[in-house]
Ligand binder design. Structure first.
Ligand code: KIV
Length: 258
């Protein structure tokens, strides 16, 4: 059963784009589920929800609790959960923690950041029937600077090599984060599994965004984000109306009272 879901996703390569978004809770996930192929419980929740300085502070229990909530809203999309920093330092540690994530959240698979260094780890997870999504390019869990990747030849060669290694290890897809356009195209053309880009051009097989960025809840503007809504303005309008009505004793009214 789980295999067919992933086969269907992989079959989209070169046919139709893969649509993906992050979700951290049930109600949002249930809306996204009608429009997405993949819903990711990303460790971006560390900065988006908790104001952490980096995703490195996100713990296994935090991601599991949010994923349990998201699970209640996702019926048809693939639900993938990020393995937090320091939860996959060895194959043994990764297997133990990935099993826990899969068991407690009933997700479809996990995502890990990195290339050659985690090749054996990914192989171990896949051998144990845990579907894995790779993540190359900018790696928020380990990168010191948040610059796009693919300027230098050594970096380009490494990312291309890593993508081929991840494919060999058995990933069903790879996120490419902040990767220069021609490199994203090259990687996408050189592997059989789909690439899902964020800040990685139109040449990837699909696209992912952090949902809070898409709706403009996050006030920061990133080059690679398109805000499809100004939700801060809408929330502000609604809350302003509410506060006026409370102060004028218009709400609660008779209709909303017992
Ligand atoms: O944590 C996250 O939300 C992610 C996406 C940005 C790909 O890894």
């Amino acid at each position: 059963m789980w295999m067919s879901k992933f086969k269907k996703l992989i079959a989209k390569k070169n046919k139709t784009k893969i649509v993906s978004l992050t979700a951290y809770s049930k109600n949002i996930a249930s809306i996204l589920d009608n429009h997405c192929d993949i819903i990711l419980v990303g460790d971006s929740l560390g900065s988006v929800l908790y104001n952490y300085k980096s995703t490195r502070e996100v713990t296994l229990s935090t991601i599991i609790e949010h994923s349990k909530s998201v699970r209640m809203g996702v019926k048809k999309s693939l639900m993938i959960v990020d393995m937090p920093h320091n939860t996959y330092r060895t194959s043994k540690e990764a297997l133990k923690n990935a099993k826990q994530i899969m068991k407690k959240t009933k997700c479809d698979g996990v995502k890990l950041e990195g290339g050659k260094k985690i090749y054996e780890t990914i192989k171990t997870l896949v051998k144990n029937k845990i579907p894995v999504m790779g993540h190359l390019g900018l790696l928020p869990q380990s990168d010191k600077t948040f610059k796009f990747k693919g300027k230098k030849k050594v970096e380009r060669d490494r990312i291309l090599r890593d993508s081929q290694l991840l494919e060999k290890a058995g990933v069903f897809s790879i996120v490419l984060e902040c990767v220069e356009t021609s490199l994203a195209k090259l990687v996408t053309q050189n592997i059989k599994v789909p690439t899902v880009g964020i800040g990685a051009s139109k040449y990837c097989d699909g696209q992912i965004l952090v949902f809070d960025d898409l709706i403009g809840l996050n006030p920061i503007n990133y080059k690679f984000v398109k805000k499809y809504l100004n939700i801060r303005k809408e929330i502000s309008k609604a809350v302003s109306n509410y506060s006026k009505e409370v102060r004028k004793v218009k709400f609660p009214n008779k209709k909303s009272s017992f």
